[in-house]
Write a protein that binds this ligand. Structure first.
Ligand code: ADP
Ligand code: TRP
Length: 329
């Protein structure tokens, strides 16, 4: 059985793109593999978040992931800083990470270009800490987006180097987890190809019904087709793509027929999309509110996750210390 590990940034709220593009796959995947999901709060310290906001961000992220369907009885869900063993593994791995290769990492170069006032050592060793997260549980699969592929490649490099230096076959190859046909791309409703946080066009899982309606009704469209089966402009294609995600196939075909016969009224189509989107989002939003108000539940989930993650972490640390020659007296 594969061991899958996914690190979650603790900043920001989840939008529909995250939900359909990642979360729904995670929810399914948790039943098919040994899964670890964790909130990467140590990593977030590289950008110096406000200490009074950090805990709340972690808690919000947890509530959103749980509300969307990650099940603490099935997967191991934990907070990175609850497993400080990862810091030790990161230290041990850093002994064989070369400064030159860390300096050449694209994400590091990006960060120092954008924030020359904050070039801290944590940023430089970010990929080592990430490798420690992954190798800690000897994960064989890691679902990552494009921007994290290089980090995963470095994880494999560190693992191979460790195995070769110490003449062991200890760390596995951590490969990307590809959802293949399940990969869904959620478009933006502002005519852009992708819904994203940085694109500023997100429809969020915590948005109220009214906010959702407002965002959908404002979606970019055009004057409508003037001849049957007219080629669609990008924003209209986006409307249909999002409809194919949130609405039933019958609804989709109904509006597609209307488009093809030049009888479409985008106002009606948007109303339908908004209603279907609300029926996806509102139950999740209600669960987020419910979970966030239940300290006891969150505390139990976190404590239980930490204990399961530490068990796996302790076993790895014990082995790695021994392989590197650290013995207890
Ligand atoms: P953002 O910064 O917009 O929140 P990230 O780049 O952090 O998104 O991506 C987090 C996860 O959500 C990744 O697995 C990514 O593939 C997925 N994701 C983000 N936006 C979309 C989208 N519009 N469609 C499909 N998947 C998406
Ligand atoms: N760097 C990842 C991101 O920015 C988060 C992360 C930290 C991670 N450790 C990880 C992802 C381990 C996968 C595996 O999204």
């Amino acid at each position: 059985m594969e061991t899958v590990l996914s690190g979650i940034r603790s900043t920001g709220q989840l939008h529909l793109g995250n939900y359909y593009g990642a979360l729904k796959n995670f929810v399914k995947m948790q039943h098919d593999a040994r899964c670890y999901f964790f909130i990467a709060d140590y990593h977030s310290l590289t950008t110096h978040p406000d200490p009074s906001a950090l805990h709340g961000n972690v808690r919000n992220a947890l509530a959103e992931y749980l509300a969307a369907g990650l099940d603490p009885n099935v997967a191991t869900i934990y907070v990175q800083s609850d497993v400080p063993q990862v810091a030790e593994l990161s230290l041990l791995l850093s002994m064989h990470a070369y400064v030159g290769e860390l300096e050449r990492t694209v994400s590091f170069k990006d960060k120092i270009r954008k924030h020359p006032e904050n070039v801290n050592a944590g940023l430089l060793t970010y990929p080592v800490l990430m490798a420690a997260d992954i190798l800690m549980h000897r994960a064989t699969r890691v679902p990552v987006g494009k921007d994290q592929e290089q980090h995963l490649e470095m994880t494999r490099k560190f693992a191979r180097r460790f195995n070769s230096i110490y003449g062991v076959d200890y760390f596995p190859e951590s490969l990307p987890y590809n959802f293949g046909n399940d990969l869904v791309k959620v478009p933006g409703l502002d005519g852009s190809g992708k819904m994203g946080k940085s694109e500023g066009n997100g429809i969020y899982l915590v948005d109220s019904d009214k906010e959702i309606s407002k965002k959908v009704m404002k979606a970019v469209s055009d004057g409508g087709p003037t001849e049957p089966h007219q080629v669609m402009a990008d924003p209209i294609q986006n409307l249909f793509s999002i409809m194919s995600i949130v609405s039933t196939p019958d609804t989709y075909s109904y509006f597609m027929d209307k488009y093809n016969s030049c009888e479409i009224r985008y106002g009606d189509m948007k109303k339908q999309i908004a209603a279907d989107m609300i029926s996806v989002i509102s139950p999740i939003r209600e669960r987020i509110v419910e979970i966030k108000s239940n300290d006891k539940y969150i505390n139990e989930v976190v404590a239980d996750g930490a204990s399961k993650a530490r068990e796996s972490a302790n076993a790895t640390i014990k082995d790695v210390r021994e392989i590197m020659g650290i013995k207890s007296f």
